[in-house]
Design a protein. Structure first.
Length: 144
């Protein structure tokens, strides 16, 4: 079973399921206990930045993963990816058409379900776009 992932348009708070709220600038120590039942993986860069990747989620009904970025122990940004059915690949990598379909899907969910348009918001910035350098879909938010 996957937990739905949402973003509050007024505050940028990320909601998982019906009770987990990931608020900007909360400490990693206060967030980790809420995620105890979810598959998580951490990556500490040793420079004050640490990423916590959470699986078992759904974004707009599609399977999703969410990566939380902590800087000096505080939650500052997030990125996510979705897995759409029938994604075409070339040599194991998604095709440009598949990437564009994912970006379109995420933008549609943001606008239709969460009333969020990518760009600058009172609480930060949110994006969903093709990343030509990584040749992938890039979705995320950064708090200001």
């Amino acid at each position: 079973m996957s937990l739905p992932c949402s973003i509050d348009s007024g505050t940028g708070v990320i909601g998982l399921g019906h009770g987990i709220l990931l608020e900007p600038y909360r400490t990693k120590a206060s967030i980790i206990p809420q995620l105890a039942d979810l598959p998580i993986r951490t990556r500490d860069h040793g420079n004050g930045y640490e990423w916590l990747t959470i699986g078992g989620l759904a974004f707009g009904g599609a399977p999703a993963t969410l990566a939380l970025c902590f800087h000096d122990g505080r939650f500052e940004q997030a990125s996510w990816s979705v897995e759409l059915p029938g994604t075409e690949t070339e040599g194991g990598w998604p095709t440009r058409e598949a990437v564009d379909r994912e970006v379109s899907f995420v933008r549609d969910v943001l606008i239709r379900e969460m009333d969020i348009r990518p760009g600058d918001l009172p609480w930060g910035k949110i994006w969903s776009q093709f990343d030509p350098r990584g040749f992938l879909a890039s979705h995320g938010l950064r708090y200001s």
